[in-house]
Design a binder for this molecule. Structure first.
Ligand code: MLC
Ligand code: AMP
Length: 524
């Protein structure tokens, strides 16, 4: 069997000098490539010693740290399935994930051990470890006793490497199953498409300031750096000023649009600060044309916007170098990054835009975006019907995004057919928030809509009616939502209204609410 373990491929790209620095943290700690190799071996040996069944899930809800990164690498090495979870998830959300995924191991922050271990043990989990962002916790203590040598478990490209939960339109999260082959093919394509520099070419230096529990920070950023043997300047938390201070020592930055707007608000962002940079990449949410333009004016750099999903990793990208597959009016390879577009389908990815009947539309026409490729996931964990619903009979994955492709091949996303709010790069499904609101005492019914926001791009606003004779206070209602849902899902504002607007069919008119509250956060 050819070994397609993703770790084997990442390891093969480590630079020859294993003692050179792989990760430098904002606390001044340096981790060499040998440290990554040894720490992930010790953790992989610890996992192996637990004698877990094949394809066991390792659920991880910990604050960002380099040790959490080595735990991810260790899980790949051991051939087990990594299940990253946002640190903002609350007890009810965690109970759902644990119940649905049935992990064999849960790793959590030491401060959360009390409540989370209870949920885990009740859910039948045999092993609960702790890992703090300051190298505390039982996981590292146990791993210390294991060898620094470990041979990656051979895996086929279809074997599962990770499950990434993504919220569903019905409010139930679905686990997107990603294989070693899905992740490696995408990483390899991006390695070439974004021109990552290898050690022989003088290497890139990546500023890593994204969370590592979602596709963007965990796969796109980390695989990009590791697969080119590039050093990472590592921030456990995004701090715009500190990131700007690091720019002169870096060449690549990846962020969500909110990170770009926050950096633009800093006086220190200048052409001089960005002189050494090669590439600024944005994704996970729409980059506003104003941000694209302001960034170019202030820094002299054109942000490269790309588009992806948990189910597929990266799908499209604006060109980094000239893309000979797409030519301009003069027949020249396209090298232009166009603001407002997400660029071209990546090599190996097929993308089409279809109408309501599923027939491909003409270029320039708007429709649903469907994709195919080696990066497209294996289906939703234990949800065969959901998986079947999201694929066409001939194997195209329905992204739920609405867009068009122009005559030069640029893809533009104009909206979503799924009722989804993207806030600062995090997805919030109104259905999930509405179901929590509707269960609160005194609430009759609710609607959550996304409205423009200067910092997060879009935020949720809740509008609800009270049961007869009940008087509801918005602050009290939101406090109750906050106790149940991750903080980024909590609506930023709420309104009690006598009734919700409805159409002739009796369906709530969310577009009317969106229009009504559109300017709620506008600055005059
Ligand atoms: C924080 N808050 C948010 C929020 N982030 N609310 C809505 N949306 C968000 N994204 C809340 C906090 O809980 C707090 O609420 C208040 O807003 C202020 O928080 P903050 O301190 O200003 O936020 P901060 O911690 O600085 O976080 C902002 C951020 C973060 C932009 C750094 O949101 C972030 O890291 N976003 C990146 C998300 C990401 O990686 N997405 C990739 C998904 S993968 P309160 O009330 O508690 O005080 C994907 C596929 C692809 O989409 O294509 O990449
Ligand atoms: P997630 O489920 O968290 O992986 O989020 C995926 C969704 O983020 C996609 O379906 C898009 O709606 C959105 N998205 C990602 N990148 C972009 C982008 N560059 N522009 C607009 N939307 C994006």
């Amino acid at each position: 069997m050819t070994d397609s373990n993703l770790y084997t491929a990442l390891r093969a790209a480590f630079p020859p000098d294993l003692d050179s620095v792989a990760v430098e943290t904002d606390e001044g700690l340096h981790y060499s490539w040998r440290d990554l190799e040894h720490a992930s071996a010790m953790l992989a040996n610890l996992l192996k010693s637990l004698e877990l069944p094949p394809a066991s899930r390792i659920a991880v809800q910990v604050d960002k740290s380099v040790e959490a990164l080595t735990l991810y690498l260790a899980t790949l090495r051991a051939g087990l399935v990594f299940l990253p979870l946002n640190t903002a998830y609350q007890a009810a959300e965690m109970a759902y994930f644990i119940g649905n995924a049935e992990p064999a191991v849960v790793v959590c922050a030491p401060a959360h051990f009390g409540w989370l271990s209870k949920i885990a043990f009740q859910g039948g989990v045999r092993h609960v470890f702790t890992l703090g962002d300051d190298r505390t916790g039982s996981l590292l203590q146990r791993a210390m006793h294991h060898s620094v040598h470990h041979l990656p478990a051979p895996r086929t490209s279809d074997d599962l490497a990770a499950i990434v939960y993504t919220s569903g339109t019905t409010g139930r999260s679905k686990g997107a199953m990603l294989s070693h082959g899905n992740l490696l093919s995408n990483a390899a394509v991006l390695h070439t498409y974004w021109g990552w520099r290898t050690p022989a070419q003088g290497n890139d230096v990546l500023i890593h300031a994204l969370p590592i529990f979602h596709v963007h920070g965990l796969f796109v950023a980390i695989h990009g750096a590791l697969l080119s043997g590039s050093r990472m300047l590592w921030f456990n938390r995004f701090n715009p000023k500190a990131v700007i201070d690091c720019l002169p020592r870096a060449t690549v930055f990846m962020g969500v649009p909110t990170m770009y707007t926050r950096m633009l608000a800093e006086a220190g962002l200048s052409r001089a600060a960005c002189q050494h940079m090669r590439l600024f990449i944005s994704g996970s949410a729409p980059l506003l044309p104003d941000t694209f333009k302001a960034w170019a004016q202030r820094t002299g750099h054109t942000i490269l916007e790309r588009y992806g999903m948990s189910e597929t990793a990266m799908l499209t990208s604006n060109p980094c170098l000239a893309d000979s597959r797409y030519t301009d009016a003069d027949g020249q390879p396209q090298a232009q990054r166009r603001g407002g577009t997400v660029g071209f389908p990546l090599p190996g990815v097929s993308l089409r835009v279809v109408d309501e009947r599923g027939s491909p539309v003409e270029s320039g026409e708007i429709g649903g975006i469907q994709v195919k490729g080696p990066n497209v996931f294996q289906g939703y964990w234990r949800m065969p019907e959901k998986t079947a619903e999201e694929f066409t009979p001939d194997g195209w994955f329905k992204t739920g995004d609405v867009g068009c492709v122009d005559e030069h091949g640029y893809v533009t996303i104009v909206g979503r057919s799924k009722d989804l709010i993207i806030s600062g790069g995090y997805n919030v499904y109104p259905a999930e928030v509405e179901s929590v609101l509707n269960d609160l005492p005194g609430v009759a019914e609710s609607a959550v809509v996304g409205v423009p926001h200067p910092d997060f791009g879009e935020v949720g606003v809740a509008v609800f009616t009270a049961q007869p004779g009940v008087s509801l206070q918005c602050d009290a209602v939101l406090a109750q939502v906050r106790a149940v849902l991750a903080n980024f899902k909590v609506p930023k504002r709420c309104f009690v209204v006598p009734e919700l607007p409805r159409n002739a069919m009796g369906k709530v008119q969310k577009n009317v609410l969106r229009d009504h509250y559109r300017t709620l956060f506008s600055t005059p």
